[in-house]
Write a protein that binds this ligand. Structure first.
Ligand code: IMP
Length: 435
């Protein structure tokens, strides 16, 4: 078995989801974190979900980067993240209750656009209005906050340092949003004063942590420190490249690291993409390999496929290599992590989707037109299953059929599988490649 000691040579690494989110990035980031001096979130907001086990207590992180349990690691929320002051303070309080010191090693970009209670109201109002064609958002206000950013009317974290300015901006913003809420969505208006009071109170907790994170990152780089960029959601939920409009509102692919952190792209040395050994999706949108039979239910139960943020059951299906290959192209993926291989233990056969059949033709690309994508029928290769991979940490002990499955994935997507995860525990991994 190789080891990951050479990871010390990598100064900047990106960990991304290669599917529709929930690939198990959290476990991999945990596994890698102590090799780095800083962990950076660069997109999304508290729609992400990452479960941490502290002693025998489970804590769910949504917004704070995953290095938070390590006091010597800086946790940085980059400018590309939409920041809910209320959610942040809740999360800090939850961690502090468990004895975790958060603020001493948390740094937040002063450029983060804020998520305010009105954005949550708008998120809900929009989903209600869409009816049957709703996106299935996490209801956290992510989309409306990004809309305000792009519309150049967002209130940003640095505005929290100036209460008078913040109030004026909030009044102007609410003038617009309350008009929309009341007249377009027929929903109640949201009070300016209540939002002001709640948000200013929350800001007291973290306003001294607001900094120029780009400068901070370059200082770390100059000091020879190593940085891990932690993606949220997955490539197929990318606002530009995902299954639009059933996507999140940020760039979840590697390009988002540079824009969302302020570190230029040539600093990124290794892009590790995380994929489950099968596929899941929460929310609406096409999913060619989705299983509607008992097997889908078995995978859901065995893989605990319920959302960390919303508790929703995840849709489950076979691994889609057409989509995975596209994710690899989108983010210049250096290597893959294959998670939850053990969930497929005990099946007599396993399948890989290697193409789609559309209108009587076989295609190997993901159609941008969702109607077409919805009509795609998976073309499968079938492989013999295996009894048990759960808990295996040595390559020499890995079942040969499971290894053949991994090799087939590598062959089809043209990228190596660097790590295979074989269980929930932090160290239940097989490291196949030294970095
Ligand atoms: P939003 O990010 O809340 O706007 O939701 C947009 C889409 O992204 C929905 O389909 C959500 O289910 C999905 N989504 C957002 N965050 C996650 C995540 O962390 N894992 C999986 N799906 C997510």
């Amino acid at each position: 078995m190789s080891n990951i000691k050479n990871i010390k040579n990598i100064k900047n690494m990106v960990v991304l989801g290669a599917q529709w989110g929930d690939e198990g990035k959290g476990k991999i980031v945990d596994f890698l974190t102590d090799k780095f001096d800083a962990v950076v979130r660069f997109q999304g907001g508290h729609n992400a979900g990452h479960t941490l086990v502290i002693g025998n207590k489970t804590t769910k992180l949504h917004l704070i980067p995953s290095g938070v349990l390590h006091p010597e690691i800086f946790n940085i929320i980059g400018n590309g993240v939409v920041l809910s002051p209320l959610a942040l303070v809740d999360e800090i309080a939850g961690l502090e209750k468990e004895g975790v010191d958060v603020l001493s090693h948390l740094r937040i970009s002063e450029s983060c656009p804020l998520i305010l209670p009105v954005h949550v109201a708008l998120d809900h109002a929009r989903e209600i209005k869409r009816g049957a064609s709703k996106i299935g958002t996490t209801g956290r206000g992510i989309g409306p906050a990004y809309e305000d950013k792009v519309a150049r009317r967002a209130i940003r974290a640095l505005d929290l340092k100036n209460p008078g300015l913040f109030k004026n901006k909030l009044m102007e913003l609410m003038d617009y949003h309350n008009f929309v809420l009341k007249n377009y969505f027929a929903q109640p208006e949201i009070s300016v004063q209540e939002q002001y009071d709640a948000v200013m109170k929350a800001a007291e907790k973290f306003k001294h942590n607001l900094i120029d994170t780009t400068a901070f990152l370059y200082d770390l780089k100059a000091a020879g420190k190593s940085i891990l960029f932690e993606g949220a959601q997955g490539a197929l939920l990318d606002i530009d490249h995902g299954t639009y409009p059933y996507v999140t509102s940020s760039n979840t692919t590697a390009g988002g690291v540079a824009t969302g952190s302020g570190m230029g792209p040539l600093n990124l040395e290794y892009v590790l993409a995380v994929s489950k050994a099968y596929t899941t999706r929460v929310g609406a949108g096409p999913f060619p390999t989705e299983l509607f039979d008992d097997l889908g239910e078995t995978i859901r139960a065995k893989g605990h496929e319920y959302g960390t943020t919303t508790g929703r059951p995840r849709r489950c299906g076979w691994l889609d290599l057409v989509a995975l290959k596209r994710s690899i192209q989108l983010s210049s993926i250096s290597g893959l992590v294959l998670t939850k291989l053990d969930v497929l233990d005990g099946l007599s056969t396993v399948k890989l989707c290697v193409g789609y059949e559309l209108d009587g033709k076989i295609i190997h690309t993901v159609p941008a037109d969702l109607d077409q994508f919805s009509q795609c029928k998976p073309v499968y290769e079938t492989y013999p299953g295996w009894d048990k991979t759960e808990g295996v940490i040595a390559l020499s002990e890995l079942n040969q059929n499971a290894l053949a499955y991994i090799k087939a994935i590598e062959k089809h997507v043209g990228v190596s599988v660097d790590i295979v995860s074989t269980g929930q525990e932090r160290n239940q991994n097989i490291v196949l490649k030294e970095f």
